[in-house]
Design a protein around this ligand. Structure first.
Ligand SMILES: [Zn+2]
Ligand SMILES: [Zn+2]
Length: 104
């Protein structure tokens, strides 16, 4: 792996759980579908311009504009990030984080 953590619908090895995450069936892969962790690489979705590169920890769940989103908090810069769930995301983990009250 290079230092560039390529998450836009390409296979990658999750830095949190070490599993190989395969391409999203029809959209962008922006988080690990096993442990739901991600990396803080975008300023706007997909641009990979964020120099932070901190680990995004899933802390909750919300529905915005009829889209289910995972709420992340960056371990490094503490910013909140929202990613739309993927169809093959770990369902039991999604249920678990959806029961956690989160706040800004
Ligand atoms: Zn993972
Ligand atoms: Zn960050």
């Amino acid at each position: 792996m290079s230092q560039n953590f390529v998450v836009r619908n390409e296979e990658f090895i999750c830095t949190n759980c070490g599993k190989t995450v395969y391409k999203h069936p029809h959209s962008c892969r922006d988080h690990c579908n096993y442990c739901l962790h991600s990396l803080h690489v975008d300023i706007n979705p997909g641009d990979r311009l964020n120099p932070c590169k901190g680990t995004l920890i899933p802390i909750g769940f919300r529905i915005k504009n009829q889209k289910d989103q995972i709420v992340y908090k960056c371990q490094k810069c503490k910013q909140l990030v929202f990613n739309i769930i993927a169809p093959d995301d770990n369902k039991s983990l999604l249920i678990k984080i959806s029961s956690i009250p989160w706040s800004v």
